[in-house]
Design a protein around this ligand. Structure first.
Ligand code: ATP
Ligand code: MG
Length: 456
């Protein structure tokens, strides 16, 4: 890995140590806890460091200059030191999960009780900040060693308290490349139905974390095996039934195709995958289950793009994606079949396609689509060559005429303007016209019959 994250990581730890030191000097107990301890023991860089302490939120606020109460009711205060935020939580127990989603009350307790309320043994380890010494009340060290996700306590009871934990188990197994303890997995299978009670946002966050990891494919398989997929994304689950023509899809059914693509998702230097691309992989062919037909000429999926966009939009809205992300994923689906015809496109049409704002992402989806099936990259290479050949100016030439020119020519403002200006740009992109005079001539020849009566 490059140096910068390493430095960042050291700084994170140094500042966290300073916070711990200040709390300790004031007479309180302090530990690093949860995901950061797990990650440090696995030798990966934690993204944040969570701190638990015997100090109350008021004590914490009194000790540090910059604090933000994160629902002081839940005993968590954000401490900001050197511009870095840390969650400092008072030891607590949660009680009375009335709805399988959120605790209805919390009360302060000790370090042991604090970890017993946490979800999985590997997320329940305490680390003494200065020495790195581990306190393990939950059997987390053994499970970390054996790479197992196991609930703290009886799985069915813990999943009934908070149904999201079922999905988190799958997410951690995928991201960390761990197995799920059979008893824990069995409890997910039995309890999977309850996942529908969890809000779209929380589901989206877990699924996205899973999909942008190297374990995306395995995560999807675990989701399917656990029964969660059929509840969360039934249209994706249905793809396993959808067989395809072997000439274009030697890999098999649509589900297999999607899994192969997930496995090939490109991982950036920060270890992450573009979330929009990952979601587009999952959703790009969901229209196939409902559009499949077969006749003497073979298997067809007429209209699968339009149908897929309709289904995908429903899913993205249900999972509360931002409008921006929803549009980006829908566009990826919308254009994914355009690549098949890039070689036959008129020059203007091709240039419009190549200058789509997220074209590199579209191209990447297409590359995965090919590699996850027939493996032929002709259209991909064709686009790459064109991109290398064409300048910014070729793709975005300066406008030859505008609305004011059209008024001067004698056209009345209205929807016609857009039509004319698009036609002019098409002709320009296609190399049919050059310069203002040719543009003017083109407009008068093509649209002259729609000039408004000049006598008016
Ligand atoms: P990462 O941040 O890498 O996704 P993490 O382990 O830090 O992993 P978070 O969701 O940030 O996961 O939660 C921090 C810690 O809080 C967890 O390690 C776990 O101890 C506890 N925790 C989080 N969500 C739950 C939950 N739904 N039920 C019980 N404990 C939880
Ligand atoms: Mg975390």
């Amino acid at each position: 890995m490059n140096e910068k994250p390493r430095e960042e990581e050291n700084r994170l730890r140094t500042v966290a140590l300073a916070i711990a030191g200040r709390l300790r000097a004031a007479g309180y107990e302090v530990f690093f806890v949860g995901g950061c301890v797990r990650d440090l023991l696995l030798g990966t860089d934690p993204e944040d460091i969570d701190i638990v302490t015997s100090a109350t939120p008021e004590d914490v606020q009194a000790l540090f200059a910059r604090t933000v109460p994160l629902g002081a009711r839940f005993g968590v205060v954000m401490v900001v030191e050197e511009g870095l935020p840390f969650e400092v939580a008072t030891y607590r127990v949660e009680g009375g999960y009335v709805d399988g989603r959120r605790p209805s009350r919390v009360s302060y307790s000790d370090a042991r009780e604090d970890v017993l309320r946490r979800d999985f043994t590997v997320n329940g380890l305490l680390m003494e900040p200065e020495t790195g010494r581990i306190t393990d009340h939950v059997g987390g060290i053994a499970d970390l060693h054996n790479r197992v996700i196991r609930t703290i306590g009886e799985p069915a009871a813990r999943f009934a308290e908070d149904h999201l934990r079922m999905l988190r188990a799958v997410r951690f197994a995928a991201v960390l490349d761990f197995s799920i303890d059979p008893t824990t997995f069995d409890a997910i299978r039995r309890g999977a139905d309850a996942i529908h009670r969890i809000s779209g946002e929380r589901v989206r966050e877990e699924l996205t974390k899973m999909l942008v990891s190297r374990g995306a494919r395995r995560g999807m398989e675990l989701l399917a095996d656990s029964g969660l997929l059929a509840r969360l994304l039934p249209d994706v689950g249905a793809l396993a039934e959808v067989s395809q023509p072997p000439r274009f899809h030697p890999e098999g059914d649509v589900w297999t195709h999607v899994l192969k693509m997930l496995e090939l998702l490109p991982v950036a230097e920060n270890g992450r995958v573009d979330a929009r691309l990952a979601w587009a992989v999952v959703l790009h062919d969901i229209g196939k289950a409902v559009t499949r037909t077969e006749d003497e000429r073979g298997v067809h999926f007429y209209g699968h793009v339009r149908e897929g966009m309709r289904l995908a939009e429903g899913i993205l809205r249900r999972l509360r994606f931002s409008n921006q992300d929803t549009d980006a994923v829908l566009d990826l689906i919308r254009y994914h079949m355009h690549f098949m015809s890039v070689g036959d496109m008129r020059p203007g049409t091709l240039k419009r396609f190549l200058r789509l704002p997220d074209f590199p992402l579209h191209l990447e989806l297409h590359r995965l689509d090919c590699l996850g099936s027939h493996g032929m990259l002709d259209s991909y290479e064709f686009c790459r060559e064109k991109m290398a050949e064409l300048t910014r100016e070729d793709l975005h030439p300066a406008r030859l005429i505008d609305g004011e020119d059209l008024i001067r020519f004698g056209f009345a403002p209205g929807p016609l303007f857009r039509e004319i200006l698009t036609a002019v740009e098409d002709a320009q992109l296609g190399g049919e016209i050059e310069g203002v005079d040719q543009a003017r001539q083109f407009v008068l020849e093509r649209f002259g019959d729609r000039l408004t009566d000049r006598s008016e």
